[in-house]
Design a protein around this ligand. Sequence first.
Ligand SMILES: [Zn+2]
Ligand SMILES: [Zn+2]
Length: 319
Amino acid sequence: MDCDKCGSSAVMHAAYSGLHMCESCFTRSVEKRVRRRVREDGLVPDDATPEEPVTWLIGLSGGKDSVVLTQILHETFAQDPRIELVALTIHEGIAGYRDESVDACVELVEELDIRHEVVGYAEEFGLEMDDVAADDPMNMAPCAYCGVFRRDLLAKYADEYEADLLLTGHNLDDEAQTAMMNFLEGDVAQVAKHFDASLGPLDERSEQDTFVPRAKPLRDVPEKEVALYAHLRDLPAHITECPHSSEAFRGEIQQLLLKLEEDHPGTRHSILAGYEELASIVSDRYGDGTADLGECEECGAATTREQCRKCQLVEAITS
Ligand SMILES: [Zn+2]
Ligand SMILES: [Zn+2]
């Protein structure tokens, strides 16, 4: 097959667009989609100047999504003195798995020469996910603890580094899955939290997130294309799945969406577009749920309760 754009030999076919693309047209198209998101979501503030640059904190796990995001943002902004990139890697205490992905992160940031910070659950909370998964004191999936701790640290360090924006590498499949899960669970409050009017759609902000705005510029790119991009550009991404991964419901939704996408190409794009439209309406009507937040009496994180969810979990695990 030939590339629909330039006639060279194609390396991929996207059913949702009908396009065959060669290596260079494909990689350029991924980069264009990320840059368009940055532009359309208004991520670079009008008043950013070389004298007063803004700091963007990227959650860098070492998996393909965050590695591709970091690479493209670096190439886009390396020559732009208005933007300073900082990469934050969180070590959950998962033997083998996270050590290898931290190696991938280090290789990438050394190559790109960007500031890199590594923080861990062990130093921060006095626990490791391997032990939490084995004990499971609250009787819930390991991912449920881990998500709370990860969001807490992203928010904490975004605050500490005075970041203006917190960026994560969620791709189109991740976002379409989350949208479907919230629909099927009837979680309207969660829909509203997806959206920040000034910045467009944001991550599902939990109660312990601070108010550093969040952005996901990779969300127009399907997971398979992120993987292909990382492969074609030979980026140091660590591809093994977390050994504790157990989000059964998400797995079912993933299978369902892949089947729908096969039969009706473009389904993921339309789910996400509709979800974002809905989120903006819900958020206008109900607010984004941050109105009645106070501070956790133990750690000071924003919460609607006396003690934030993270502190509750740490207490249950370590007591
Ligand atoms: Zn081409
Ligand atoms: Zn707390």
